[in-house]
Design a protein around this ligand. Sequence first.
Ligand code: HH2
Length: 295
Amino acid sequence: MAFDPISSTPVRHWAGFSLERPLTMGILNVTPDSFSDGGRSMDADTATATGLRLAAEGADIIDIGGESTRPGSAAVSPEEEQRRILPVIAALARQGIVLSVDTRNAATMRLALDAGARIVNDVSGLMYDPDAMALVAARNCPVVLMHMRGTPATMNSLARYADVVGEVRTELRAVLDRALSAGVRREQIMLDPGVGFAKLDEHSIAVLRGLPSLATLGYPLLVGVSRKRFIGRLSGEPRADQRLGGSVAAALFAVDHGAAVVRVHDVAATVQAIRVWQSLAESGRLMPHHAGDAG
Ligand code: HH2
């Protein structure tokens, strides 16, 4: 658990959620080119149905994105991004689902919040669009500030570190200071080390192991490991959509090292794993018995 940098008391809430248990953020990419699920949910009805399924599987938050940020991906126009996601946000918000919008564009943030999204998730830490900080400050909404360098097109060439955990910590601190000076409130902020963003596989692994050091910044941490390339390297599985076991293992490692939220494609498996892990870690408390269960 993170401790507030001023009062030193534990940070127990974010975006209306208690952080006493790890939260699961389900990924809904309305894109043709996302690295593991691009093209699956391109029309609004299919995407809405996928979002409803992820919520039913136990996602606390659904993260909707209309632009792929995989290494080397091309930017899409904000208008195209909005055309993809706004109807899906409106439909899911009507069902009472808590939504975050995964975007770097201030205009998209504003329209997504108007359509019913509650949280802004920006892989650039509100640094890409010069209007983003002021917008998030004015709307006083929860925000995920992620670490990266450059843009998805350039980030791989910027993955050079002498001490990756120390440098990510320092650079996140700088993003935080910019956000706080722009008027973003402390209690709205969640930090994210940006696994796979301007990071080689060894850097991604090091930041995961270094989560306790990043937690000393005093903010809750969100971690996105699902299906990412380092899992392929650790497991030997070349296909991103075949990395369920590795993704669940990495999500558990992240929560065991202090992540408050995990961002995942495979919600049902992750929620089940976290539930069992947490029950074993805390008390071994049992859920009701299922008739016919063997073993
Ligand atoms: N990872 C991706 C996208 N957005 N946001 C946060 N806060 N943290 C992450 O680690 C993160 C993120 C990349 O994953 P995905 O959405 O599956 O792929 P793509 O960017 O190709 O759409």
